[in-house]
Each structure stands twice: as structure tokens, then as C-alpha cells.
Design a protein around this ligand. Structure first.
Ligand SMILES: *[C@@H]1O[C@H](CO)[C@@H](O)[C@H](O)[C@H]1NC(C)=O
Ligand SMILES: *[C@@H]1O[C@H](CO)[C@@H](O)[C@H](O)[C@H]1NC(C)=O
Ligand SMILES: *[C@@H]1O[C@H](CO)[C@@H](O)[C@H](O)[C@H]1NC(C)=O
Ligand SMILES: *[C@@H]1O[C@H](CO)[C@@H](O)[C@H](O)[C@H]1NC(C)=O
Ligand SMILES: *[C@@H]1O[C@H](CO)[C@@H](O)[C@H](O)[C@H]1NC(C)=O
Ligand SMILES: [Ca+2]
Length: 793
């Protein structure tokens, strides 16, 4: 058995490999236990392997087991043997509890055999051989070659030595670099925190929210923008029928970046008894866009479904523009429902004398607070008696805080698991206009500054310098070179990652950056640290990965308090490109058993779909990842929608998204599965193969052709861009600016559109193929996510 280890070590080649790997491990610091998991702080002090009481790989039970085995071995010794060799044997046996146990036992690579004893340093081995070589047979009882090596120091140490001067025992204990940050979150040389991820769900269409019911079942409920809510069991299996299907009522579109849709749900804090759920979605009523907040009740026959006939509307707010619809619903620890409403849209909050956000008679640009308890008779909600503006006759009584632009994702802090400190604090990400994204700590009656201010800086100079503004500044703001659309997150308060306790983890939708803030309790300041994916060996645990798809839509907390985020490779409400990841700290875990829970069983009607992860690790063994996210749209296709591509809507190519922090080694352009060519579909041809711009080519009657530019305007370009999944056309490029399609026929001329047509064929135009222009007038377009400017998120 143990000899296998020796064989692995043998030979010049493997020796070189070992040195190479050792360099990488050293660079990353990678404590790991024999169960392929990070070390932990035992829940009680260890009696035998005392030195690992603070941090290591043994809990109290394991320590007792090692101690028992030690005394069994010691039974074979006389007093002299005990004195000379007892310490050696104990130290060697206790290496199982070292935070570097996996390395010492050669367990980091699950494909090579485990050593039976930890790898020793050369000098130490020689010493051990000189004084106690006869004890080896007691430690390696099953090994037939023990007798043979006992007499030969070289053979003896070839078996026991670990030819890595940094990691062998006992050097590993004294290596300052390895031990300096042991058990704390690892950071790379630039200070970026290295975390890992575990994929928990995939194939979702713009997953906007994931919540739990706080009912002991540990189910999680995932909402898709187009109007579905799905139920997942604690083991990741999904119930086949939706919890809620509002797709026929919800207003949204497949356009990339459309902010309308089903945006949030929140379970009543006493859901177990009230069985009520609240939802927030966009709707079209009498040609008016509105947001609607309504209440649903659980089905009486199925715990995994709402009663679709039970909807009760709490509130509808007219949206003057299609963007900035807010979209967060939360229950506070006060039992009240908090509603986060956007400023109504367009740029710069242009409505009324000073915008909606500073106008307390408008519900737009506000945090609202209402009481939905005991609402079965009478109005669907009450106003809490301590709402802040009840005395102000001009203010709507629902207003709790104002001056917000478009809060996207807010959360209440659960508080420190030990002391409860911080409990009830309300954190929000407020999406910025042209320059800054901000994170706010919301308090009752607070004015968060918009549109007077954006982040810390003035946006509307006049309002900004009015001394009665009295606004509350963000706890953190970042400029648009870091990201263009903040996605608020959570303060980590879970059990499994003790080092993350108190860290506010959030992200940016556009740049795909993960970020963190930590409060300095002495100054109250929040310190920023970027989060990047663990490189090298640090995410090399089973199920963990170190990359994610780029567009971070939302964060989530499960019933136990563990943290997740939801992102997608293609931010379209009809594309199955969304993934949910659990955030994992590879540097330390909770002691085994501490975080276990029993979920209340839930009867399931119908089928369950088991979860199959699709994401894979980045290349390990060398730094595969850079933590610098991409800022431009990628150019190449990567793997997508396995098993779902047939359901993809529209004509959009599957390649606008990307993944952050690593190049996917598995990504290949899809072959042999061409989408069906449909009459009127378009593509953009450009030398750089850019997806968002190029010469317009249209498919008609079996052939691709070009279009003349004479009457072609922004409205016609909008039709093209929407076909391709972009909400807006930024520019029309005339006179073959995007190149001449000389190899193609000119298929359309004199195209005049309203902008709402499905394809250019529905616009006013010449007959197909009839034209009086040349390829010098081939038209091109540039598409985008925003009509105002290319920069805004
Ligand atoms: C997941 O849990 C459900 C019960 O909640 C069970 O029916 C199902 O078989 C489990 N799936 C797997 C893969 O274990
Ligand atoms: C959701 O509802 C729509 C109509 O309201 C229906 O066409 C669709 O099949 C439903 N989806 C599911 C998965 O039940
Ligand atoms: C404030 O909002 C209300 C409700 O939308 C509106 O009637 C009013 O004109 C606005 N006030 C100003 C000063 O713009
Ligand atoms: C400052 O703001 C107050 C209240 O919003 C308003 O009544 C006042 O006219 C403003 N002052 C100036 C100089 O704009
Ligand atoms: C050719 O150009 C004229 C204007 O110069 C226009 O009225 C006519 O419709 C065009 N013919 C075709 C087939 O596009
Ligand atoms: Ca602000």
C-alpha cells in the first residue's frame, strides 16, 4: 500500500514535476485536508494534537482516535523506546491534523495514491531513522517491504521523504510565508480576495431573483424575468411545474438589456402560517406601462405552487419610460414590506420641476414601506404609524426614503451570528447615471441625493447646492471604468465560511466584477476589496470552479444564510444562459457538522429534474485566471445552452456573452447545428466580426443580400437591432462605411420603417431585388443597450 507512494516519488521526472508544483503551491498558499476541503477551527480544543487546536484538519473526535492509536503503538515500547521515539511518532501521527495535511499526504491530486505517512524533510527523516527506525513496522503494519528498508537509510528516506523543502514536515510549520495568513481569506498580490464558486443551477432565462420561504424547508425559489418562478429542493432538484407562471401578464421582451419584466418576489415573514407571497412586475394596462405589486396565496393542494387565481393587487405605479423600474421587494425585521421603486426612467430624472426622486408626492424614485398584515378585509395594505413623512401633507404616506435612482438589489443584514451586531441594516445598490455607481445604507426618512447628486458628486448643480437638500452620502461609490451598473448584494452571515462574516459582497452587471466592502468598526468606514477567482490550486476542491458567466443580475441568500449570485452569459429574457453560483471561501470552512441542518420534507407532486452542473474549472496547476474582467463584448462564440438551443428565441447569435476570469478551454464554436434560416432575418457583417455593428445583410428567398442606405434611418436600424437582440440602434452607417457586400445581390431599396416592425420586410420598401443603387450605398448599423449614449449601463 504505502509503497505506491514511494513509486510515485521515484524517478527523476516525477521529482521535477513535484518541484514545479511546489513552486505554484507556495505562491498560492493552499491549506487543504485529506477530505479535499479547506481546514477549520475545531469546535473544542484538541487534547492530543494540541498544536492544531486553533486551525487544522481534525475535530475533537479525530483527535481522540489518533490519540488511541498512538497509545496502541506505544504499548509495544519499553520505557526507553517511549522516551526516545514517542515524540517522533506523535508528531508524525498528528500531521493528519495539519492544515497542510493534503500536501503532506500527497492527497491534493485525487488521482495519485495517498501516502500512509506524511512526507518528512530530509534531515528529520535521517534523525528519525537513526533513533527510531525499528518503529516503522508499527506505523506501516501492512507494508511488506518495511523489513527491507529498515536497515537502509536511503531506502527508508526515499519512502518517507517529501522532496519539497517548504512543505515537508517539520519545515511546513516554521515557514513564515505559509503561516502568516493561515486561515484568513487569501488575497492575490494586488489585494484581490480569492474565492471559488459552486454551480447550483443553470439553463435559466435572466434569473432576476432567488429567495427562500423561511419555512424550514430550505427550498429556493428562482424567478425569471419573463414571469416564471421555479422551486428548487435543497439538493438542487427542480420541480417541473412552475411555482408561479405570470408570463402572459408580464411585460418584457427578448431585447438584451430590457429592464421590464417580472422583477422580484418576497415571502411573507410568517409564510408558514399566512401562506402569502408578494411579487413585483411590469405590465401594460391601457397602453400604459406600469409596475404592479401584488399578493398571491399558496395553493391549497400543492405546497410548490401558488394559487394562480388568488392575485390581489396592492399597488400599481405608472412608469413614464421603459427603464428604471426598480424592482426590489423585501420584508424588514419590523414585519413591514419595503418596495424599491425606480425614478421612472429616461436619463437624469427629467420629470416635473425637479424630477421624481426629490418629489415626495410621487412614488417614483423611492423606498416605500407598507404593512400587509391583517389585510384580508379592507385595503390590501396599511401605512405603518411611524412612517417618516406622515406629517408632510405633500408627501405620499408610503414613502420611507427618497432621492433614489434605480435601486437594484437591496438586502437586510441578518446580523453577526454571535453578537447580533448589524442586524436589520438595509443595504442597496443604486444604479448611476453617467459616472458613478453607489452602495447606500438606507435609513428611515433619508434622502439619497438623486438627481441632485450621483454618488458623491453633483449631478444637478442647482439642487446639489441647495442647503435644504440634507442628503445621505453612499457608503461607497465607484466610477464607470470599474463598472456601469451596480448589483447590490448581501452581508455574508452564513455558517460555512467563517472568514466572510461581515463582508458585504456585491457586483456589477456590466463589467461582471465581484466586489466587497468591509466595515472598519473603529471608524465606521467601508473598505473596498475586489473579489477574484482563486487561481492555481486554490479552487481545486471537488465541485468547485473558478469562473463565471459575466452579467451579474442578482445576489441571494439561502435559508441557512449562505451566499449566491445569479448571472447570465446573454442578458436576454428568452435565452437559457443564466447560472446560479454559490460563493465559497477556499481558505477556511466551519468545523464539520456545525452547519448541518434538517430540512422539513416537502411533498412533491409531479416530476423533479435533477441538477447537472455544466460549468468546469479553469486550468489548474498554473494561474489560469486573470481577475480583470472584460469590458468589451467578446468576439467568439462559446458553449451555450446545451439541450436548450432549440428553444432559443429570435435570431440573435448565441455569442454576445462571455465568462469572467478565465478563458474557457472547452469552448468551441458550435458546429453542425445551424439555426434555421428564416425569411427576413438579418446579420451584421464587419471586418472585426463585431456583433453589435456591421453591414446589414438580409436573408430573403434563400439568399443573403444587402440593403441601400438612401431612406434607411434610425427607425429602420432599430428594427434590425431588435432582431439581433439589442434594444436600441445607436447609429446608421451610410455609404458602405461598414464595407461593400460585392459578392451579394442588393435585395432592398427605399426602406422606411416605423421602428416596431418585426423585420424589414414589414416596412415600406421596394420590391425584393429592385433597386437603383450600387454597393457603394450598402447600409450598416451600430446597435446598443441604451439609446442615450454608448457608455451608460
Ligand atoms: C432531491 O430531494 C427530493 C426530495 O426533496 C428527492 O425526491 C430527490 O430524489 C432528490 N434528488 C436527488 C438527486 O437526490
Ligand atoms: C405558462 O402560462 C402560459 C399561458 O398563460 C402557457 O402558455 C404556458 O404553457 C405556461 N407554462 C408552463 C411551463 O406551464
Ligand atoms: C410631484 O409629483 C406629483 C405626482 O406625480 C406631481 O403631480 C407634481 O406636479 C410633482 N411636483 C413637481 C414640483 O414637479
Ligand atoms: C431649495 O429647496 C427647497 C425645498 O426643496 C425649495 O423650496 C427652495 O426653493 C430651493 N431653493 C433654491 C434656491 O432653489
Ligand atoms: C429610384 O430612385 C427614385 C428617386 O431618385 C425613387 O423614387 C425610386 O423609387 C427608386 N426606384 C427603386 C426601384 O428603388
Ligand atoms: Ca445617492
Amino acid at each position: 500500500m504505502a509503497m505506491k507512494g514511494a513509486r510515485v516519488r521515484g524517478g527523476h521526472g516525477s521529482f521535477r514535476v513535484l518541484l514545479l508544483l511546489a513552486t505554484v503551491w507556495l505562491a498560492n498558499g493552499h491549506p487543504q485536508c485529506l477530505d479535499y476541503k479547506p481546514p477549520f477551527q475545531p469546535s473544542g480544543a484538541l487534547v492530543f494534537c494540541k498544536e492544531y487546536s486553533k486551525f487544522g484538519c481534525c475535530d475533537v473526535e479525530r483527535d481522540i482516535a489518533i490519540s488511541n492509536r498512538y497509545y496502541e503503538v506505544m504499548d509495544f515500547f519499553d520505557y526507553g523506546g517511549f522516551v526516545s521515539c514517542g515524540k517522533f511518532i506523535k508528531s508524525i501521527m498528528c500531521q493528519e491534523c495539519s492544515p497542510y495535511a493534503a500536501h503532506l499526504y500527497d492527497a491534493e491530486d485525487a488521482n495519485t495514491p495517498l501516502r500512509n505517512l506524511p512526507g518528512l524533510c530530509g534531515d528529520y527523516c535521517t534523525d528519525f531513522w537513526r533513533r527510531c527506525r525499528s518503529t516503522i513496522s508499527l506505523l506501516l503494519t501492512e507494508d511488506a517491504r518495511v523489513m527491507e528498508i529498515e536497515g537502509d537509510r536511503d531506502k527508508f528516506c526515499a519512502l518517507l521523504e517529501l522532496k519539497d523543502p517548504e512543505y515537508c514536515y517539520p519545515n511546513v510549520l516554521t515557514n513564515a510565508e505559509l503561516n502568516a495568513n493561515l486561515g484568513t481569506v487569501q488575497a492575490d498580490p494586488e489585494g484581490c480576495l480569492q474565492l471559488c464558486l459552486q454551480e447550483v443551477a443553470n439553463g435559466l432565462r435572466n434569473p432576476v431573483a432567488m429567495v427562500h420561504a423561511n419555512d424550514g424547508t430550505h427550498r429556493f425559489f428562482v424567478a425569471e424575468q419573463l414571469g416564471y418562478v421555479w422551486v428548487y429542493m435543497p439538493n438542487g432538484s427542480r420541480v417541473d411545474k412552475p411555482f408561479l407562471n405570470l408570463t402572459s401578464a408580464v411585460l418584457t421582451s427578448p431585447w438584451v438589456g430590457d429592464e421590464r419584466g417580472f422583477l422580484c418576489l418576497a415571502f411573507h415573514p410568517k409564510f408558514k402560517s399566512t401562506e402569502k407571497v408578494y411579487v413585483y412586475y411590469s405590465i401594460n394596462v391601457k397602453k400604459e406601462e406600469r409596475i404592479r405589486i401584488s399578493e398571491f396565496t399558496l395553493s391549497v393542494t400543492d405546497m410548490n405552487m401558488l394559487d394562480h387565481n388568488s392575485e390581489r393587487i396592492l399597488l400599481e405605479i405608472v412608469e413614464p419610460a421603459s427603464n428604471h423600474n426598480g424592482g426590489q421587494l423585501l420584508f424588514g425585521y419590523d414585519g413591514y414590506l419595503y418596495i424599491f421603486v425606480g425614478d421612472g426612467g429616461k436619463a437624469g430624472d427629467p420629470f416635473g420641476a425637479f424630477g421624481n426622486s426629490q418629489n415626495k408626492s410621487s412614488l417614483l424614485g423611492k423606498v416605500l414601506r407598507v404593512d400587509v398584515d391583517d389585510n384580508n378585509d379592507g385595503p390590501p395594505y396599511w401605512i405603518p404609524v411611524d412612517n417618516p413623512f406622515l406629517q408632510d401633507v405633500k408627501a405620499r404616506p408610503e414613502v420611507y426614503a427618497y432621492g433614489v435612482r434605480n435601486m437594484w438589489r437591496c438586502s437586510f443584514d441578518r446580523g453577526d451570528p454571535g453578537t447580533g451586531a448589524g442586524r436589520g441594516r438595509l443595504f442597496c445598490g443604486d444604479v448611476g447615471q453617467n459616472k458613478f455607481e453607489e452602495v447606500d445604507l438606507i435609513i428611515k426618512g433619508g434622502n439619497y441625493g438623486w438627481r441632485a447628486k450621483e454618488g458623491f458628486s453633483c449631478y444637478d448643480n442647482k439642487l446639489c447646492h441647495n442647503s435644504s437638500l440634507n442628503d445621505i452620502l453612499p457608503i461607497f461609490a465607484y466610477p464607470h471604468k470599474i463598472g456601469k451598473s451596480v448589483t447590490g448584494g448581501y452581508i455574508y452571515r452564513g455558517c460555512e465560511m467563517p472568514n466572510l462574516n461581515g463582508l458585504y459582497i456585491f457586483g456589477d452587471f456590466m463589467s461582471g466584477r465581484l466586489m466587497s466592502l468591509k466595515e472598519d468598526p473603529s471608524t465606521g468606514e467601508w473598505n473596498y476589496k475586489e473579489i477574484c477567482m482563486g487561481t492555481g490550486q486554490s479552487c481545486n476542491f471537488p465541485k468547485l470552479i473558478n469562473n463565471y458567466v459575466k452579467y451579474i443580475i442578482s445576489f441571494a441568500e439561502d435559508e441557512a444564510g449562505e451566499l449566491y449570485f445569479l448571472s447570465t452569459r446573454i442578458p436576454s429574457a428568452k435565452t437559457y444562459a443564466g447560472v446560479i453560483y454559490k460563493i465559497v471561501d477556499p481558505s477556511r470552512r466551519a468545523p464539520p457538522g456545525k452547519c448541518s441542518f434538517t430540512a422539513h420534507p416537502v411533498p412533491v407532486k409531479g416530476k423533479l429534474y435533477h441538477f447537472h452542473p455544466r460549468e468546469s474549472k479553469g486550468t489548474t496547476g498554473r494561474p489560469a485566471a486573470t481577475h480583470k474582467p472584460y469590458y468589451t463584448l467578446p468576439k467568439t462564440a462559446s458553449k451555450l445552452n446545451k439541450g436548450h438551443s432549440g428553444k432559443m428565441d429570435g435570431l440573435k447569435d448565441d455569442s454576445i456573452g462571455n465568462r469572467v476570469n478565465k478563458k474557457d478551454p472547452n469552448s468551441k464554436p458550435r458546429k453542425g447545428r445551424r439555426r434555421k434560416l428564416r425569411q427576413g432575418m438579418v446579420r451584421l457583417a464587419s471586418p472585426g466580426k463585431r456583433l453589435d455593428r456591421g453591414r446589414v445583410e438580409i436573408f430573403i428567398k434563400g439568399e443573403w443580400g444587402t440593403i441601400c442606405d438612401d431612406l434607411f434611418d434610425r427607425k429602420a436600424a432599430t428594427v434590425v437591432c431588435r432582431q439581433l437582440g439589442y434594444p436600441f440602434a445607436i447609429r446608421v452607417a451610410k455609404r458602405a462605411e461598414m464595407g461593400q457586400g460585392n459578392h451579394l445581390s442588393i435585395l432592398l431599396d427605399d426602406v422606411k420603417c416605423e421602428g416596431t416592425e418585426r423585420t424589414l420586410l414589414d416596412c415600406q420598401r421596394s420590391k425584393i431585388g429592385q433597386h437603383n443603387c450600387s454597393h457603394k450605398e450598402d447600409v450598416g448599423v451600430i446597435c446598443g443597450y441604451s439609446e442615450y449614449d454608448e457608455e451608460e449601463g
